[in-house]
Design a protein around this ligand. Structure first.
Ligand code: GLC
Length: 447
């Protein structure tokens, strides 16, 4: 039999020490399955990709009060579902979205195919009561449009799917109303297979909402969803598909959700920060939600990559499918920066030097170490504890920078008159390839 190397388990004090950081991984401790576990090699493309664009768009976008509006405001079913007739995506051009992702420097996209409100953005035979964009006002299959646009723009295709659906009373009382809960489960199995099977190769399946009755986490309702079975069915279509941990199965990577700043040590497992380009008060469109400051966004990107993570940045198109101009502008500015500094981002790994919060961090690739300095003043007195490699050169924007190296590490003299900037990148050429042994696949099993 094929001997597959299984990840080493990390728990208790060791895990706590590793996560001496403020990342908060949702859904730790999901079910395991040797059959579903992907090798580190199969996850490589995703780790190299680093940057993704997330899209939350649905009926809720027409109301502009967030994607939870149906539930939060107790909108009567007829009223909310009636809105589907007005949801036409008049200004929705998926090519534009994919172009924007490309402009942002993203290598993958993840689009919400169905959120907790139950509305499917594709022609979904499995949809309970046929609540889909193909059957209502738009008469369009937005997932077809989306997957086509992603491929045209060279984006890996990611799909978000919420297992739970507020339309089912069984969601709120799975034990008391088992038939309804089972009907919800059947919908999830049918729809996940439609999404993974009918639109060509799906590269990322991004679950959400596997909890029940708002209780517990995504993992605690695994008794209902049987996520190992669900994911085996999903993987039939692409045996290498990356799956997030929010179905109740442990998944292929970890998720840190929200705009909390990232601190702490390198986390040497596949992980992803997902957060909004705007204020983050909701993922779906709200009017006049200001985009975050450019330098702050750059810091979030850098803080993720120097700790070996990816970042998935969310935009919310409005009810007609238009991404607000100011958001587009910020995304493009960020993208210009990402692309200009792509060598220090794509295909790199975090390290070899541990980051110092809000001051600096490193990424590396081959013989190159990219030192990302986020605070020039605080950095000025620092010795970079780089002793295992000899620096052959240090450059800033291609120009040599003065440095000395001794038993304590590397002291870099930043060029005088340097303008303040979000990230000052010093490229250090080392005497040999940086060896970061991340061949051991680690599994976090809950704190
Ligand atoms: C949460 C929310 C949801 C959002 C998601 C994004 O789980 O319920 O509205 O889609 O996070 O990560």
């Amino acid at each position: 039999m094929d001997e597959k190397k299984m990840p080493r388990q990390m728990t208790g004090a060791e895990l706590n020490s590793m996560l001496k950081s403020n990342v908060n991984f949702k859904s730790l401790g999901g079910m395991r399955s040797d059959e579903l576990t992907l090798s580190p090699e199969k996850k490589q493309w995703w780790r190299d990709a680093k940057i993704g664009m997330f899209i939350h768009w649905g009926i809720y976008s027409m109301l502009g009060r967030g994607e939870w509006v149906r539930f939060n405001e107790h909108i009567p079913d007829d009223e909310y579902e009636g809105l589907a007739e007005e949801f036409k995506g008049e200004q929705c051009d998926m090519e534009e979205w994919a172009q924007l992702a490309e402009d942002m420097g993203a290598k993958y996209m993840v689009m919400v195919a169905r959120h907790h409100d139950g509305f499917a953005l594709w022609d979904s035979p499995g949809s309970y009561q046929g609540f889909t964009s193909a059957n209502t006002g738009a008469h369009r299959d937005f997932i077809k449009e989306y997957t086509d646009a992603c491929r045209k723009h060279g984006m890996y295709v990611g799909i978000y799917y919420s297992n739970m659906d507020w339309r089912f009373p069984g969601y709120f009382d799975p034990h008391g109303l088992p038939e309804s809960a089972q009907a919800m489960k059947k919908q999830a199995y049918d729809q996940v297979q439609e999404l993974c099977g009918n639109y060509g190769k799906v590269d990322i399946l991004w679950y959400d909402g596997s909890w029940l009755n708002h209780k517990g986490g995504d993992v605690s309702a695994a008794w209902l969803w049987e996520p190992v079975e669900l994911n085996k069915a999903a993987r039939k279509f692409n045996s290498g598909m990356m799956i997030n941990p929010r179905s109740g199965w442990e998944g292929d990577f970890y998720c840190d959700e929200g705009s909390r700043e990232i601190e702490g040590k390198i986390i040497p497992v596949p992980w992803e920060k997902n957060m909004c380009i705007c204020s983050g008060t909701s993922w779906g469109w709200i009017p006049n939600d200001p985009p975050r400051d450019l330098d702050w966004l750059i810091h979030m990107v850098v803080d993720a990559i120097v700790r070996d993570g990816n970042i998935l940045l969310n935009v919310g198109p409005d009810g007609q499918g238009k991404i607000p101009e100011d958001v587009q502008a910020r995304v493009r500015e960020l993208g210009q920066w990402i692309k200009a500094n792509g060598d220090s981002i794509y295909g790199t790994r975090g390290g070899p030097v541990e980051p110092v919060d809000k001051v600096y961090g490193t990424t590396c690739k081959g013989n190159m170490i990219y030192l990302h300095i986020m605070d020039q003043e605080k950095f000025a007195g620092c010795t970079l504890p780089l002793t295992e490699y000899k620096a052959l050169s240090c450059t800033y924007k291609g120009e040599p920078v003065e440095y000395t190296q001794d038993a304590e590490g590397l002291k870099i003299q930043l060029p005088s008159g340097l303008q303040p900037e979000a990230d000052t990148i010093i490229v250090i050429q080392a005497d040999r390839p940086i060896e970061i042994d991340r061949s051991e696949d680690i599994r976090f099993t809950g704190k």
